[in-house]
Every structure is written in structure tokens, then in C-alpha cells.
Design a protein around this ligand. Structure first.
Ligand SMILES: NC(=O)C1=CN([C@@H]2O[C@H](COP(=O)(O)OP(=O)(O)OC[C@H]3O[C@@H](n4cnc5c(N)ncnc54)[C@H](O)[C@@H]3O)[C@@H](O)[C@H]2O)C=CC1
Ligand SMILES: O=C(O)CCC(=O)C(=O)O
Length: 387
């Protein structure tokens, strides 16, 4: 019986796909798997039982990736599973920033009891008029799953689209519409675009990337959209730029005490991925990754360990060793197995930055003493008998 704990509401569409011998537990302290959306795990004590965390979503800044890796806990996310949901919100954000739909709707509500509302409308509507997005320049910073979809959709709506991503993946590059101009200097976006939207992960290198210097470079009356993470934008600098009119509208999916009070800011309560479709897609993908890891030791879409796929075990036993990426680990692991008379029928070793993963199919079931010896190798973080 494997125990799974949900730190957030996870679509039933996904949890219904857990195998029959899995149970949901209310106590994270006994869980082997955790499913999470945006809950902050940084202050959480990581239980010894925990083998894997699956983030039903893209951003993993709420999860202590390195601390998890050190404890031999594999963290997954669900790349692209909510990209369409966010893309549609970005389009909505550009439209509501361009025409004062919110002001107009509020005006109708507040004049609802006026019998002459139809006549008053024609007099008052000029206060809510705006501009069209067709023909305007859009800069997309970060051309991953979401950025690429936003760029393509905006190009289809007739915008002139510039995309910037120094680390663009081959897949994302293939997805890009040929009308999207892939540029190598982000300054062109800051200096020339009417709309700028950011779709990068929150990392130490991206924190505060939209700062006073970049805002100063931007065109007068620019619209800035942030559906990535609030702290990517220096909100003090943004507040000044909104006060002065340099930025016409700031659209953010991340309310905080500062942004919620900011002038000319359209603040949305983190709804980018809150659609039935995105929630279902994320939950299904997260559960699939979690179950494949717990059942087979396979790793797909991890953000702290390398990918590894040996299918379903056909041997007597399968053992996973999570370890530091340092010399002579394979030598020591296979040496101990040889010393104990254990024959390896298949094996994969993969590394990613500081960490590595060795998955072994064995012709024997390991004795407790062999497991003890493997665990005692310096640099081994966890030894797991998968089967
Ligand atoms: N508002 C919401 O509900 C949601 C927000 N997000 C946020 O959006 C972010 C992006 O999501 P995805 O597109 O799915 O991720 P992704 O990983 O597919 O794409 C991120 C892209 O950013 C690029 N990048 C990294 N550093 C960069 C830099 N300094 N300049 C330009 N590009 C850079 C990467 O090369 C990658 O192509 C997530 O990390 C998350 O924080 C994601 C989903 C929902
Ligand atoms: O689960 C959610 O609604 C948040 C989605 C998100 O921000 C992400 O996937 O990075």
C-alpha cells in the first residue's frame, strides 16, 4: 500500500488514476509521494518516508529542490500541461489593458437603475475607449511552453511579435510560428515594444529582472504583463513607472499588499492555470510521473534529478541508487554487488549537475547487508528497492 498526500486540491481526474493499492493520507509525515500545486514547501520538514514530489504545474519555486535532492527525493513538474490556460489569460490581459473593459462594466453596474442608461451609454462610453492590439509590437521574454504559445497566438492576431530566450529548447524553437522574430538582444524588446510579457521561471538570475533600468528603457505608455511570478518585477520601480504614466497598465497574476494597491494595475488572483482543462492535464501528468517513479523507478520531467527510463522490471529485483555526481560511484556500487555475488542484468546511470541516478535490474534479491553496504558509500543519498 503506497501513501500519497496532497498539499493542494488536485483534480480528481489525476488522483483517480492512482493504482488501487494507493491510498490518500492526511498525514504528510507518512507519505511516499506528495502532490502539490502552489503550497510553499520551503519551511516544511521533509519526512523520511518521502520518495517523490510531483508539482501539478510548471513553476517549482515553492519547492526546496536542492534540499529534496540531498534527501534523495525526486521532484517532478508537468511541463506544458497548463500552457494553453495561461496563454488565453495573457491574451485576455492584453485586451483588458488596451480597452477599459473593466471600467466600462463597472460603469454599467453603477448605472443599472438609470432608466436612461442606453442614452447615457452613448455619452459616457468615450471614457472607456482604447486601442486595438493588431499591428502593435509584442515582446515575449522566455519562449518555453507558455511564451511560445503566447507568441504564436499574438502573431495570429496580427501583432508584430519579438521573442527572446537565450536558452530556448529545440522543441520550443520548432513550435514557433515563422512570423515570430527570434531576437538575441532583449533590449530591442524593452526599447521598441508596446506590450511586454514575461514567461521565465523564478531563479536567482531572473529575480527583479524588470527593474528601474529596464523600465526606463521602455517606450512611453507600454503595457507590461506578468503571468510568471511577482518578484520577477521590482514593484517599487513599477509603481513609480505607473505613477508617471511611463507604463500605461501593469497586468499581474500575483496579488500582494503592494501590487493590489498599485495605480493602473490589473491584478488577477493567480488564475492563469485555473481552468478545468489545465488542472486536469497537470493532475494527470503529475500522477503518471509519480506512479512511474514509485512503481518502476523511472524518472521523467524531474527538475532535480536526471531522466531515466528502464521500462517495467523483468528481473528478480530492481534497485535505485540516488547519489552525488562524483567519480567512482558506479565502480563502488557494482563492486559491492560483485562482492556479494549479485549479477546485474541491466543498468542505467545518468547525471544532472550535482546529482546522479543509477538504476539496476538484478538477478538476485538483495540481502539487508548488501543494502547497508550500498547505503554506506560516501555520496550515496538514498538506496531504494523498487521491486
Ligand atoms: N500564472 C500561472 O498560473 C502560471 C505561471 N507559470 C509561471 O510561468 C513560468 C514559465 O512557464 P513555462 O513556459 O511553462 O516554463 P518553461 O520552462 O517551458 O519555459 C521557461 C522558458 O524561460 C526561458 N528562460 C529562462 N531564463 C531566461 C531569461 N533570463 N531570459 C529569457 N528566457 C529565459 C527558458 O529557456 C525556458 O524556455 C513558470 O516557471 C511559472 O513561474 C506557469 C504556469 C502557470
Ligand atoms: O496551480 C496553479 O494554479 C498555479 C500554476 C502555476 O503558477 C504554475 O504552474 O507555475
Amino acid at each position: 500500500m503506497k501513501k500519497i498526500h496532497c498539499l493542494n486540491n488536485i483534480s480528481k481526474c489525476g488522483t483517480d488514476r492512482l493504482p488501487q493499492d494507493y491510498v490518500m493520507t492526511d498525514s504528510v509525515g507518512e507519505a511516499e509521494g506528495v502532490l502539490v500545486r502552489s503550497a510553499n514547501m520551503h519551511e516544511m520538514e521533509l519526512p523520511e518516508s518521502l520518495l517523490a514530489v510531483a508539482r501539478a504545474g510548471a513553476g517549482v519555486n515553492n519547492i526546496p529542490l536542492d534540499a529534496c535532492a540531498q534527501e534523495g527525493i525526486v521532484v517532478f513538474n508537468t511541463p506544458g500541461a497548463n500552457a494553453n490556460g495561461v496563454k488565453e489569460m495573457v491574451l485576455a490581459g492584453m485586451l483588458i489593458a488596451s480597452r477599459d473593459l473593466i471600467g466600462g462594466i463597472e460603469w454599467c453596474r453603477s448605472n443599472a437603475d438609470d432608466e436612461n442608461i442606453a442614452k447615457a451609454t452613448e455619452k459616457s462610453k468615450k471614457a472607456f475607449a482604447g486601442c486595438e492590439i493588431k499591428g502593435k509590437k509584442l515582446g515575449v521574454i522566455g519562449l518555453g511552453a507558455i511564451g511560445a504559445e503566447v507568441a504564436n497566438a499574438a502573431a495570429a492576431l496580427g501583432m508584430e511579435v519579438y521573442g527572446y530566450d537565450p536558452y530556448i529548447s529545440v522543441n520550443a524553437a520548432w513550435m514557433l510560428n515563422r512570423d515570430v522574430k527570434h531576437i538575441t538582444s532583449v533590449d530591442k524588446i524593452y526599447q521598441e515594444c508596446d506590450y511586454i510579457t514575461i514567461h521565465v521561471p523564478l531563479l536567482e538570475t531572473t529575480r527583479g529582472m524588470i527593474n528601474k533600468e529596464k523600465l526606463d528603457e521602455m517606450k512611453e505608455g507600454v503595457v507590461v504583463l506578468n503571468f510568471a511570478r511577482d518578484v520577477l518585477v521590482d514593484e517599487d520601480a513599477m509603481a513609480e513607472a505607473l505613477e508617471s504614466g511611463k507604463v500605461h497598465r501593469y497586468v499581474t497574476d500575483f496579488p500582494n499588499p503592494k501590487s493590489a494597491h498599485m495605480k493602473n494595475t490589473i491584478v488577477i488572483p493567480h488564475l492563469g492555470a485555473s481552468t478545468e482543462e489545465s488542472e486536469d492535464n497537470c493532475a494527470k501528468m503529475a500522477v503518471k510521473e509519480l506512479v512511474d517513479y514509485l512503481e518502476n523507478g523511472n524518472i521523467k520531467n524531474s527538475v532535480n534529478y536526471p531522466n531515466c527510463d528502464m521500462g517495467v522490471c523483468q528481473a528478480a529485483s530492481r534497485v535505485a541508487v540516488l547519489h552525488m555526481n562524483i567519480p567512482n560511484m558506479i565502480g563502488q556500487i557494482t563492486g559491492i554487488l560483485a562482492e556479494q555475488g549479485v549479477n546485474i542484468s541491466d543498468m542505467t546511470n545518468k547525471s544532472r549537475d550535482k546529482y546522479a541516478y543509477t538504476l539496476l535490474d538484478l538477478e538476485n534479491v538483495l540481502e539487508p547487508i548488501t543494502l547497508q553496504k550500498l547505503n554506506a558509500i560516501k555520496g550515496v543519498l538514498r538506496v531504494r528497492v523498487v521491486r
